[in-house]
Write a protein that binds this ligand. Structure first.
Ligand code: SF4
Ligand code: F3S
Ligand code: FES
Length: 258
């Protein structure tokens, strides 16, 4: 990254430049994998765009710049721009990440952007998420409790809450599932995101559907497809210990005699 100096020769960082009101930009080349069956049939291709961006911009800002000022046909999904909605997972320099959580200074001067793997590409960076959500729905990812309404709130100790705290953080971005080599080769595998969301309810002391979920995940499409390669944990933008959650579920199936 190019650096600036003041009149005394001191190197100025981005915050110095902001304080001085200066607009400091870097040149960023985006190499983007494109796909549009209406234009070029089934062949994908690469396009390159050179833009000026501020080092603290997010990669999502850079993609917006491409779409708004260079090529309006570029297709991508995004919504919140703050790492919460999970809609802009893509492969950035060969690794799954959210464009809105990737900072330009960390990828400049050249970045490669591709759609996440293992799901059908519809156009450019947009994939068909339906197979992913089908896996998610299959594990009953909601609270099940048929005991009727209690007279008071359903209380939980800090320890009971802690048992599933990590897996409540999932934003369903699919970065984990689409980084899993087992999922790439076997579309029947429910994938790590579905298991994370099953974990969130299996270990919730207020829930009564754990046995049903463990039964579903003990089937051949479930947790025992996992070969503990840890790609999912590395890919998760929320820092969830995905592989540990999968191990918890495997252990419950093997030893808790559900
Ligand atoms: Fe995304 Fe992490 Fe949830 Fe997987 S576990 S879908 S990577 S937030
Ligand atoms: Fe896949 Fe994660 Fe298991 S990457 S093989 S689900 S540890
Ligand atoms: Fe919502 Fe990135 S746009 S997570």
């Amino acid at each position: 990254m190019a650096s600036d100096t003041n009149e005394l020769g001191d190197i100025l960082d981005a915050s110095d430049l902001r304080a001085a009101g200066a607009r400091h930009t870097v040149t960023l080349t985006l190499k983007i994998r494109r796909y549009n069956p209406e234009v070029r049939g089934e062949e994908s291709w690469w396009d390159e765009f050179e833009i000026q961006a501020e080092p603290d911009d997010r990669l999502l800002d850079a993609l917006h710049q491409v779409k708004w000022y260079h090529d309006g046909t570029l297709a991508l999904r995004r919504s919140c721009a703050h790492g919460i909605c999970g809609s802009d997972a893509m492969m950035i320099n060969g690794k799954n990440a959210l464009a809105c959580k990737t900072i330009v200074r960390d990828v400049a001067p050249k970045v490669t952007v591709e759609p996440i793997r293992g799901l059908p590409v519809l156009k450019d960076l947009i994939v068909d998420m339906e197979p992913f959500f089908a896996g998610y729905r299959s594990v009953l990812p909601y609270l099940i409790n048929d005991s009727g309404e209690p007279d008071t709130e359903r209380r939980q100790s800090p320890e009971e809450r802690h048992a599933f705290d990590d897996t409540t953080k999932c934003i369903l971005c699919a970065a984990c599932t689409t980084s899993c080599p087992i999922f790439w080769g076997d579309e029947e595998y429910v994938g790590p995101a579905a298991i994370v969301n099953a974990h969130r309810f299996i270990y919730d002391s207020r829930d009564e559907g754990g046995r049903d979920r463990l039964k579903i995940l003990s089937e051949k499409t479930g947790v025992f497809r996992c070969r503990t390669t840890f790609n999912c944990t590395e890919a998760c933008p929320r820092g969830i210990e995905v592989t540990k959650a999968i191990q918890d579920v495997k252990r419950s199936i093997l030893f808790d005699r559900f």
